[in-house]
Design a protein around this ligand. Structure first.
Ligand SMILES: NC(=O)c1ccc[n+]([C@@H]2O[C@H](COP(=O)([O-])OP(=O)(O)OC[C@H]3O[C@@H](n4cnc5c(N)ncnc54)[C@H](OP(=O)(O)O)[C@@H]3O)[C@@H](O)[C@H]2O)c1
Length: 255
């Protein structure tokens, strides 16, 4: 069997958090696989630069849609513009997310809210706005959760909880939207070298410098794989982490 080089030919993908890291890499791979792509995030200049890069490299139509996912009006407009200007929405990657360090006792209400606004509300608004368009195309909705949404994370309970929420929401939606032939996938990475955490002064690519972390492109292949799913099947969940991820846990268990 030969692999079709452009399995997403004729499809339109919308990626949130496309100005950096995983979203940026996913947008490039989806275009490589044949999709036209809409790029959403707040930093417009980055989106425009990426749009030029993807157009030049893959020859696809690319739309930059500056969007703050915490603003439901902007999110609705993001989906409408994608559908109007690229001719429909076949695939949505709800990827935009942030992390904020801080213990439960000390974290300010503002920092707590900013995390929940993006990771929970932003994810919800994105799915809510995308569902009607995805029903029309029997499309695919991919959520980027986290390894932290599978196991307790004592040092980052609020971030972890936002990702458990993402999985709970996504897996429940999968049952609901499956009746309409919409596929739902949750992808959960562990350490990926991106900018996440930069607002606390230490981006992931610095924090993970001494471990075998993944590149955004390596993880984004999971998104590209899930994007190729066709009715009646769905890729429900994918976990992605380094092979020695559990080695410390074993050492702890051994004392
Ligand atoms: N890197 C890892 O190790 C790792 C592990 C597990 C899960 N994840 C998840 O992967 C996803 C992507 O993160 P990343 O690691 O690629 O981090 P990143 O490089 O910091 O990228 C985050 C993206 O989210 C966007 N974003 C943040 N707030 C936004 C808002 N209010 N509205 C719209 N877009 C917003 C950012 O764009 P603007 O600032 O331009 O808006 C940026 O494009 C997140 O959901 C994260 O939780 C990452």
């Amino acid at each position: 069997m030969t692999r079709d080089d452009t399995p997403l030919d004729g499809k339109t993908a919308l990626v949130t958090g496309a100005s950096s890291g995983i979203g940026r890499a996913a947008a490039g791979l989806l275009a490589r696989d044949g999709a036209d792509v809409a790029l959403a995030a707040r930093r417009e200049e980055r989106l425009r630069e990426l749009a030029d890069e993807i157009e030049a490299e893959h020859g696809r139509r690319v739309l930059a849609v500056p969007t703050d996912v915490t603003d439901e009006t902007q999110v609705r407009e993001m989906v409408e513009r994608t559908a109007d200007e690229l001719g429909g929405v076949d695939l949505v990657v709800a990827n935009a997310g942030i992390n904020r360090q801080g213990s439960v006792e000390d974290i300010s209400t503002e920092r707590y809210r900013s995390l929940m606004d993006v990771n929970v509300d932003g994810t919800f608004f994105t799915a809510q706005a995308a569902i009607p368009a995805l029903r029309e195309t029997a499309g695919v909705l991919i959520f980027v959760a986290s390894f932290a949404g599978h196991y307790p994370r004592p040092d980052q309970p609020i971030y972890a909880a936002s990702k458990w929420w993402t999985r709970g929401f996504a897996l429940s939606l999968a049952g609901y939207l499956g009746r309409d032939d919409v596929g739902v996938t949750v992808v959960s990475p562990s350490e990926v070298d991106t900018e996440i955490g930069i607002h606390d002064g230490r981006p992931a690519h610095e924090r993970f410098a001494d471990i075998d972390s993944a590149t955004p492109e390596e993880f984004a292949e999971c998104i590209a794989f899930a994007a190729r799913q066709e009715a009646p099947n769905a890729v429900a969940e994918l976990g992605f982490y380094r092979r020695n991820k559990f080695s410390n846990w074993t050492r702890n268990a051994d004392g």
